[in-house]
Design a binder for this molecule. Structure first.
Ligand code: G2H
Length: 250
């Protein structure tokens, strides 16, 4: 059975006001979708109740992060049980902006992976190399190490709740989209690791997304690649172009 295409929006911390968030939701709710596709909309925590209440019901609001514990003295953190109690079913984890700006390392992210999945959240787990590794030709080893550190964190029976997003950091928000070959090659590298370290069944079933400057005018060719099962979209998720990207699944 083929893997169902998935497109994730990642608003990051872009909308500054509730009015901006409402306008975006209005745009998304009015969209005509002609494709068989799962759509997940990642937004800052504070906007999630609004998304839960007003986003079209065939799409899914997502957090962009969680903390490693259920609750306690962790000032400023938001936890998986809190999200679940608001009816949120998804979270992005390990985005490069959290890895690089907030200094979240592989071990910390592994704890978040286990925590999210044990609480019944579905995850979009991000990986990807810097320009430095790409220029040195070590991108496969770098991304493989990120995936290999995440694999043991996935509890038994939970692989169906895992989506992986390959996002080369040099392509994020820079306008430099990876070539279709770069995206496909890394998708295949990740799938081969899953086959070798988890199982061929999990490798075959797990959706691997591409993220990094995906736009309406570059998504169609990328979407045709056998190991690109969808997209994680930042800048363009704040525009009408997101609808075209969702429709690239058809
Ligand atoms: C990568 C992507 C979304 P953008 O961060 O996760 O953002 O599409 O703006 O490059």
């Amino acid at each position: 059975m083929g893997r169902r295409f998935l497109v994730g929006g990642n608003w990051k911390a872009n909308p500054k006001t509730i009015e901006e968030a409402k306008k975006l939701i209005e745009l998304l709710n009015g969209a005509q979708i002609n494709a068989e596709v799962d759509v997940v909309v990642g937004a800052p925590f504070i906007f999630l109740p609004l998304l839960k209440d007003t986003l079209r019901k065939d799409w899914h609001p997502s957090a962009e992060n969680i903390f490693t514990k259920d609750n306690g003295a962790f000032t400023g953190e938001v936890t998986a049980p809190m999200l679940k109690s608001f009816g949120i079913e998804w979270t992005i984890l390990g985005h490069s902006e959290r890895r690089d700006i907030l200094k979240e390392d592989d071990d910390f992210l592994a704890q978040k992976v286990t925590q999210a999945l044990n609480h019944g959240l579905k995850i979009i787990f991000c990986c990807g190399e810097h320009l430095e590794e790409r220029q040195a030709g070590t991108q496969n080893a770098f991304v493989s190490a990120q995936i290999e550190k995440m694999i043991p964190a996935v509890p038994e029976g939970k692989w169906g709740d895992v989506v992986i997003a390959y996002e080369p950091i040099w392509a994020i928000g820079t306008g430099k989209v990876a070539s279709t070959k770069d995206a496909q090659d890394m998708g295949k590298v990740i799938r081969d690791i899953l086959a070798a370290k988890v199982s061929p069944e999990v490798a075959n079933a797990t959706r691997i997304l591409y993220g990094g400057s995906v736009k309406a005018d570059n998504c169609n060719e990328l979407a045709e690649q056998p190991d690109v099962d969808g997209f994680l979209v930042g800048g363009a998720s704040l525009t009408a172009g997101f609808i075209d990207i969702v429709n690239s699944a058809s």
